[in-house]
Design a protein around this ligand. Structure first.
Ligand code: GLV
Ligand code: MG
Length: 357
């Protein structure tokens, strides 16, 4: 076991010191760009103004014959654009692929000082993070990179889910984690053919018999039995949120593949937001507005949170507001909403006006 004192030591002589706290940044969406396509690269300066994170995707969805072009295209878009407050990330290929080593060495060598985060797919355990952590430290030292490049893991294998807590705490480089529902479904042998979202056959059917408590039938007469579709991702999202919150890193919902179903995308994103996620991937421009709407607190909730904080200035005791009991714990919940509202307001004048912060 690594001793606590060594946890924050740089892993290579000359590498920047690991961060003790994550930078405070609004990351409502991680917007995926296929960097091998010149037409898409040309849109990056404009997209970078609309999103919180631009990610050059090198892994799945990039054809095998375009892997090198995607890497070169990402380096080009990294150099060509001033990203300002917008994060610049890349999703590299999996560590067991023929491309991962060159992805890391070439990108850090060329644009190590502009790159904020490397998203690492198919993370099975802390050993994957340790490998990339060490390699990044060596490359940062060689190329005199000034700030540490962070690592974001995709939670998309059954083994990764088993090891989620160890992954979250594997290194001070850990930025956060995203749920990867497509690969995870395959890894678990789920019987689906989707990229995220629900499934109409994953449901609960109300009992046909009488309720043992009330003695009344659950449903009246011949009325059809109530049926409710359930969330396939609830368990994993909750497990990931706990692992990330306990480690002080950020959980994200990943991709939603049905671009034609904005309503379902919004519901999937919102479930993750309510459970504790801070953002999601946007694979299509239409999903940017959905993520902006979902991963910012509702103005009515913010107004109520303000009431709680104002009526308990020192965050302790108990008060009644609109018939609801508030105490130290609801004060803390209110603080979460208000802190996020301030972060959103600092970036978005329309939301600042709606929040009144
Ligand atoms: C994302 O990479 C996924 O597999 O869902
Ligand atoms: Mg995947």
């Amino acid at each position: 076991m690594k001793l606590p004192r060594q946890f924050f030591q740089p892993l290579a002589i000359g590498a920047p010191a690991p961060l003790r706290e994550l930078p405070v940044r609004l990351e409502r969406m991680i917007h995926f760009v296929p960097p091998h396509m010149e037409k898409m690269r040309a849109k990056v300066p404009d997209i970078a103004k609309q999103v919180d994170v631009v990610l050059g995707n090198l892994e799945d969805a990039i054809p095998v014959e375009a892997k090198e072009a995607a890497r070169a295209g990402f380096i080009e878009m990294g150099k060509a654009v001033d990203y300002g407050q917008t994060g610049l990330w890349t999703r590299i290929n999996a560590l067991n692929s023929p491309w991962a080593l060159d992805d890391v060495t070439e990108i850090v060598g060329a644009i190590g000082d502009k790159l904020d985060v490397i998203m690492l797919p198919k993370v099975d355990g802390p050993w994957d993070i340790h490998y990339l952590d060490q390699l990044l430290a060596q490359l940062e030292a060689r190329h005199k990179v000034q700030k540490p490049i962070l690592i974001h893991a995709i939670l998309e294998t059954a083994q990764g889910v088993n090891n989620v807590e160890a992954i979250a705490t594997a290194s001070p480089r850990m930025h956060g984690m995203s749920l990867g529902p497509a690969d995870l479904a395959a890894s678990r042998a789920m019987k689906t053919t989707r990229v995220g979202g629900g499934h109409p056959e994953y449901k609960v059917l109300a009992d046909a018999s009488s309720s043992p408590i009330s003695g009344k039938p659950d449903i009246g007469g011949d009325a059809p039995r109530a049926i409710y579709q359930q969330d396939l991702w609830h368990y994993t999202t909750a497990k990931m949120v706990d692992a990330c919150a306990a480690a002080g890193i950020k959980p994200f919902y990943g991709p939603f593949g049905d671009f034609s179903d904005a309503a379902a995308c919004e519901v999937q994103f919102r479930n993750s937001f309510l459970l504790g996620c801070v953002g999601a991937w946007t694979l299509h421009p239409s999903q940017i507005a959905i993520a902006k709407k979902v991963y910012a607190p509702d103005p009515a909730e913010v107004a109520f949170a303000k009431k709680i904080v104002e009526s308990m200035p020192d965050g302790a005791g108990a008060v009644m507001i609109d018939g609801k009991m508030q105490d130290d714990a609801t004060w803390k919940q209110a603080k979460v909403l208000l802190d996020l509202a301030k972060l959103v307001a600092a970036k978005d004048p329309d939301m600042a006006a709606r929040y009144g912060v």
